[in-house]
Every structure is written in C-alpha cells, then in structure tokens.
Ligand binder design. Structure first.
Ligand SMILES: Cc1cc2nc3c(=O)[nH]c(=O)nc-3n(C[C@H](O)[C@H](O)[C@H](O)COP(=O)(O)OP(=O)(O)OC[C@H]3O[C@@H](n4cnc5c(N)ncnc54)[C@H](O)[C@@H]3O)c2cc1C
Length: 551
C-alpha cells in the first residue's frame, strides 16, 4: 500500500502553496501532500484516491472559501474517508463562527492563520493528528467482523463495547448478504448470532465481551500479582491517576469493567475541558489518555469488574467478579457513577432494543429519519440531543423540572435553541414504552396540563439519576447515605477520626476511612461532577499515594 495522503484545501493560492510547502518539509518523506484550490476540486481528488485504494490520514481545509466552505467540505469528505483526521484553518476574525460550526461537525482541531512558526503552531497539531490516525491503524480494513440483529441487546452490547474501546470493526445484519455469507462460512445458524469473526478467522458465536476483548487484543489479565498502585475504574479520574502513577514510576494497574473513558467516553463533544477551545469528543480524549497511560507503562485491563476489597496487613487486595485477586500497596477508587434505570412500564424489556442508557453513539446513523426522545436535563442529555439531531428527523428532550437552567450549562442551552429539529419539553416524564421486538412508541405524561399521550418513538436515550453503585464495597470504607465514598475532612466528625483509623495523622484530602485507599472523581462524596475535576483528582490522588507510601 502506498503512502497515505495529507490533503489541504485553500482557495487562496499563496496560502495553499505555503501550507503545502511547510507540510512537505516535515512530512514529505512519509506522506503524500496533496493540495486543492476548492472544496469541489478536493472532493474530486478524494474520489480518485478512494478508487485507487489510497488512504488519507489528515484533511486540512480553509474555513472561508467561496461556494463550499471548509465545514461543508469536511462534512462531505467524511463520507469518503470517515477515519481521516480533520482540521480547519481559520483567520482570527472567523474563530467564533468556526467554533460554532465545529459543534455541528466532528472536527479534531482548528488552526489559526498565519501558523508561523510552524514548529510551534502547525507541526504539534499535525503530529498529534497523525499519531491518532496511526494508532487506530488502517481503519478502513478492520479485521473484526460482527454479524448481529439490529434490535438485539447482545448484538448492541458487542458493537457498543468495540466502539467505546475504539476497536475498528465491521458490522453486518444477519439478514444482509455478507452477514448470511459469514454465518454460512462459520457453519452457524441464526441462533449463533451475534457472531464475531476475529482477525485470524475464528468465529465466536454469542461471545462474552471478555472473549471479544481478548479477540481484539485488549488486555484482560494482570501481568503480575502485586502492584504499587491499583486504580479501579477507567474514566477520566482513573486515567488521570494511571498517567500520573505510571509517569512517576509506580507499578500501576488500571482495572475497567467495560471500556476506558467512562462517562466522558460517551460524550459527543466536551467543550469545557481546559486546553481544547474547539472542544474534543469523548472518544478522542479517551484515545489520547489511553495512549498516554500506555506510554508511561501503566497496565490497563478491560472487561474486569472488581467486586471486593479488603486489607491484608499493609496490602490492599481486590477481587474480580469472575474470580481471581490482585493486590497493591495503595488503591484509588475511581468508579464514577452510572445511570439509574427508568422505572416505567415496558422500558426494562426494551433496553438495548431502542431504549439505551447514556449516549449510544453507534446508533447515530441508525436513527436517521426517526423520532428520538432523550430523558434528562443535565449537560449529558443536552450533548446527546445535539449529537442525535444530526441524524434524527426530530429530537425531543423530556425534562422533569420546570426549566433547563438549573441543570444544564448556559452554552448548551443556547446551542439547543439554535437547532431546528430539537424540541425541549419541560415537566414531562416517560411513563411507558411499547414495541414488539424493539421500541416503537412511548407514553409521555405532561404534568403542566396533566395529559398523557402516546407518541411514535424509535429511540429513547436515558440520562437520569446518576448513582455511584458502590454496594460491593460494603463496610470496607465509609460511604454517605447515597453510596458516595467519604474522604479527607468529610471523615472527621466533631474533630474525631473515623473508627478503626490507625494512623497518628488525619486522613489525606482524598483518602477514605482506610489508610492507603483513596477515592477520586464522581464516586467521591462532594466531588464536582466534571471531566476536569475528575482528571485533577486522579492526579492529586497519586501525589497523596506517594505521601502515604513514604510514611
Ligand atoms: C454523555 C455525557 C457528557 C458529559 N459531558 C461533560 C462535559 O462536557 N464536560 C464535563 O466536564 N463533564 C461532562 N460529563 C461528566 C463527566 O463525564 C464525568 O464527570 C466524568 O466522566 C467523571 O469521571 P470519573 O472517572 O469520576 O467517572 P466515570 O467517567 O463514571 O468512570 C468510571 C469508570 O469506572 C468503571 N467502573 C465502575 N465500577 C467498576 C468496578 N466495580 N470495577 C471496574 N470498573 C468499574 C466504569 O465502567 C467507568 O468506566 C458528561 C457525562 C456524560 C455521561
């Protein structure tokens, strides 16, 4: 396969020449630098590259171009090369317009003109885009193939797991010709679905996610029995702790029950995380954080759920749900929160078949032309509404409260108001869900006028009542009445240290009621439920682990 291309599009010939020159100087030996002078010409070039079987690593488009602007071009270009990384070139005066537009199209970065010196302003961005593109390999030739049923919960679980772990795969419906061919080749009947065909040609019928993880080359078993630090939970707090633990020389293990990224991994665009003025998708942030943790030799396990924690003298031992134990000097609990089930008639039976908890990005394209309903009034629900509005005919946000102001950031409320196919309905609740095999309708109660109405609905995404789900900790560490882990000053009642505390110091700020066991992120009582604070607490927990180990 020939060199992958970096494509630049700019209608101004001098800018176009200058950027191509700078790109050639740094990347010309490894990539083909291709330039076009309009969106239409660039699309033509991309079509040719596609036909020749070439790959495109990065597309860099000027924002302000006549006929077709950079955003419009990138939107169309994504249909041809969906995995190429995308950047927008803007003049300072267009920054606001570009950022607004970026919210609608998934652009990785925007670069300001002029980009001199390129060593500071152009190459670092391009390096990170190329790194990210290379890390995911040639995603147009994914090795894993999944045959499933559109509305089956187990099929959804596998697709969701692969997508959230950023593993490239191809999906075929069991009733599509290629799906049928794969089933036939595996000598499997319809009862074998979901069927996963691995890179080396093994067919796994109805595999567990752990089997799928192994097939995808994800690590599921610890490399040693004892670590300096074990982190439970691979969201922003856990990843933050893993990066700092690994970089500071601690033998670090991160254990994640599903996919790294946690809640943040499900976010279509995080706009308030420091250092990303044009926003970053949860998948990109996760991808970068995971690579960073790898770089610092922190081990990461996926699909392993921790169900027990005990102290054995100075060791802290964790038990896995599927058996086995692993110990460390110190533990950081970063298990975050999960959504509470929506208790309405018919919902439980349709979960995974039209009803989803959190944002199931894999379902985006399938929502095309349908009516999507989203339950919840927090930022997560707002982001999901924006994301699905790109595909759905109509998106309705059902909010139990009187308004969004109390629960959602101002910038998101503003964005929702600007999208034509989004409707916000306050004081409304879902009281029932109906459908044969998959969701077809929901019943909504509007408490403003006390009416109930059943409406057509293909997809319902639920974002309510995030809870910590820490029951497995039992009495090991002190938790508040809702299950959040108490730490530091919260543990001192009337100046008294917690019962059983055996040190002649107070618990450190993020330390639980057991020395050497820390909590970080959303699972911690009184924490701020944000990506930045979770990452910050993860990093801070490692500093406190050092202090604990030194004592
Ligand atoms: C859709 C969405 C959009 C959001 N957008 C924003 C935003 O724009 N800006 C912002 O600041 N915040 C946003 N948030 C909130 C933000 O994502 C969270 O505050 C942040 O992810 C908390 O990080 P955490 O690491 O503490 O927990 P989580 O992200 O909840 O991660 C916890 C991880 O622990 C794992 N885990 C749990 N129990 C176990 C166990 N027993 N064993 C092993 N693993 C376990 C879970 O599977 C999960 O991966 C958003 C949240 C959602 C859902």
């Amino acid at each position: 396969m020939g060199q992958a291309a970096i494509l630049t599009v700019d209608d101004d010939p001098s800018v176009s020449r200058a950027i191509a020159r700078d790109l050639r100087r740094r990347y010309g030996d490894r990539y083909r630098i291709v330039r076009a002078s309009s969106g239409a010409e660039a699309l033509e070039v991309l079509r040719e590259l596609k036909l020749r079987g070439s790959r495109v690593a990065v597309m860099l488009a000027d924002y302000r171009m006549p006929q077709m602007n950079g955003i419009e071009f990138l939107e169309e270009a994504m249909d041809l090369f969906p995995f190429a990384r995308r950047a927008l070139l803007t003049a300072y005066a267009d920054t606001d317009a570009a950022i607004q537009a970026i919210n609608v199209v998934d652009v990785d970065h925007y670069l300001l003109k002029p980009w001199d010196p390129p060593e500071e302003k152009l190459y670092p961005v391009l390096d990170s885009l190329l790194d990210a593109w290379q890390a995911t390999g040639d995603r147009e030739q994914p090795d894993i193939r999944v045959v499933g049923h559109r509305w089956s919960e187990p099929s959804f679980q596998i697709r969701d797991f692969l997508a959230r772990n950023l593993v490239p795969y191809r999906y075929f419906g069991a009733d599509e010709p290629e799906g049928r061919r794969l089933l036939e080749a595996a000598e499997a009947g319809p009862e074998a679905v979901p069927l996963v065909v691995t890179a080396d040609g093994r067919a796994l019928s109805r595999p567990t996610v752990q089997e799928v993880a192994r097939a995808a080359g994800l690590s599921t078993d610890p490399g040693r029995d004892f670590y300096d630090l074990i982190i439970v939970g691979g969201g922003p707090a856990g990843l933050g702790a893993a990066v700092y633990g690994g970089s500071e020389g601690l033998k670090t293990l991160l254990i994640e029950r599903q996919a790294v990224g946690g809640q943040a991994g499900q976010s279509s665009r995080i706009e308030n995380y420091l250092g990303f003025p044009d926003g970053i998708s949860g998948a990109q942030l996760t991808d970068r954080a995971r690579r960073q943790a790898d770089k610092f030799a922190a081990e990461t396990l996926t699909t392993r759920e921790v169900v027990g924690l005990r102290t054995d003298g100075s060791a802290r031992t964790l038990t896995f749900a599927d058996g086995g134990e692993v110990s460390a000097h110190a533990v950081v609990l970063a298990t975050g929160v999960s959504y509470r089930p929506l208790l309405a008639d018919g919902v439980a039976g349709l979960t995974g078949s039209g009803v989803f908890y959190g944002s199931a990005a894999t379902e985006g394209p399938a929502c095309a032309g349908t009516d999507v309903y989203i339950v919840g009034g927090a930022n997560s629900a707002g982001q999901a509404a924006l994301f699905f509005s790109r595909y759905a005919r109509r998106v309705t946000l059902l909010v139990r409260g009187d308004s969004l102001e109390a629960s959602m950031s101002y910038y998101l409320i503003q964005q929702l108001a600007q999208v034509e196919n989004i409707e916000v309905r306050t004081r409304c609740e879902v009281v029932g869900a109906q459908g044969t095999g998959h969701l077809q309708a929901i019943t909504v109660c509007d408490s403003k006028n006390g009416t109930k109405a059943t409406v057509e609905c293909g997809y319902l995404f639920v974002f309510i009542g995030a809870e910590p789900r820490t029951d497995w900790l039992g009495d090991t560490v002190l938790r508040d009445e809702r299950g959040f882990i108490r730490t530091g000053p919260d543990l001192l009642v009337g100046g008294e240290r917690p019962r059983g505390w055996d040190r002649d110091r107070d618990p450190f700020y993020l330390e639980s009621s057991v020395p050497g066991i820390f909590a970080a992120g959303d699972v911690r009582a009184s924490s701020v439920k944000r990506v930045a604070s979770a990452v910050g607490e993860g990093a801070m927990a490692v500093a406190l682990v050092h202090r604990y180990l030194e004592a």
